[in-house]
Design a protein around this ligand. Structure first.
Ligand SMILES: [Mg+2]
Length: 316
């Protein structure tokens, strides 16, 4: 009905909001920039999500954040006031481990990433090299000759967010990936994190560094790859046309919605704004058109009063 019109939800009448609410049964929401920013909840988001759940909508959190396990994300969600279960959490560390498990992967994984990836691999009994600092121990020539060791039996390189990203790690990853049989898996390609006054590199920055020196393209596990939602669709837990995808970043969240045939809602509390949407509207690049959401709302918490108003005044 509102397909890729970027309609401001707050401009709809109560009857229109009511009809829109009736048009979906499931909600898949991004986390960072929609529900919270770092450790801080975005005011109104828990109440809105919990209200939608109370209306009978099934709720899924879908995050490209590869630093946390599903259990850790569950605890964070509960601590911040969200009524959510572990089955309702879709996260890239878990999805990367599942991807390898489903392929009966039996070698070891070289990880550029955080403990979340190591723990999710442990949970499905896949061996790996561990995480943490791997630094230059000597000047380059001496380092390459004496200190650089590559390990045997590495069958995959998984790249996610790694605050200890380093030259030795790049060198090892690219060396493992020179074997074409070695899988190259990226948890996600988010370029950066929202943070006032600073730019924090996201996993995509590390992935692109490895991609450049390995001269290979990764398999991307996270949004916007529709594979991240395939099991929900296959198991008929969600019907794509009756699913609402909520996100703050268009090239992951809204594009995932486009790729899966979901309805989409952009919120203005994170990466992309109405100004960005205006640029994509005017762009000659057809790929940019895919980034235009169906709906827009300044923040998720603004939805709650609109829902309550629609229930009170919006019978149709
Ligand atoms: Mg986000």
């Amino acid at each position: 009905m509102y397909k890729q019109t970027c309609t401001n939800l707050l401009s709809l009448s109560p009857v229109e909001v009511n009809k829109w609410l009736d048009s979906f049964d499931s909600v898949i929401t991004d986390c960072d920039g929609v529900l919270w920013v770092y450790g801080n909840v975005i005011p109104g988001s828990p109440e809105t999500i919990n209200y939608l759940k109370g209306m009978g909508k099934s709720i899924y959190f879908c995050t490209n954040n590869s630093t946390k396990t599903r259990k850790e994300l569950l605890m964070k969600g509960i601590d911040l006031g969200f009524n959510i279960t572990e089955e309702g959490i879709i996260a890239t560390a878990h999805a990367a481990a599942s991807y390898l498990k489903n392929r009966n992967f039996d070698k070891r994984v070289y990880i550029i990433g955080s403990p979340g990836i190591a723990q999710e691999l442990d949970a499905v009994a896949i061996k790996h090299t561990g995480v943490g600092p791997d630094v230059m121990k000597a000047p380059l020539g001496e380092f390459m000759a004496k200190h650089l060791t590559v390990e045997p039996d590495i069958g995959a390189v998984v790249v996610g967010f790694d605050e200890h990203f380093s030259f030795p790690k790049m060198t090892k990853a690219a060396s493992y990936l020179s074997d074409p049989k070695c899988l190259f898996i990226a948890t996600n390609t988010d370029e950066r994190f929202p943070m006032p006054g600073m730019v924090v590199p996201g996993s995509g920055s590390f992935v692109n560094a490895i991609r450049t020196c390995a001269e290979r393209e990764p398999i991307v596990i996270g949004k916007p790859n529709p594979a991240i939602c395939q099991s929900l669709i296959k198991q008929k837990k969600i019907i794509p046309s009756r699913t609402l995808m909520i996100g703050d970043r268009a090239n992951t969240d809204i594009l995932l919605g486009y790729n899966c045939g979901f309805q989409t809602l952009l919120v203005g509390t994170g990466i992309h704004s109405m100004n960005d949407v205006a640029q994509w509207r005017n762009s000659k690049n057809p790929e940019d058109k895919k980034l235009i959401p169906d709906m827009y709302i300044p923040k998720l918490g603004d939805l709650l009063p609109a829902i309550i108003d629609s229930i009170t005044h919006g019978r149709y």
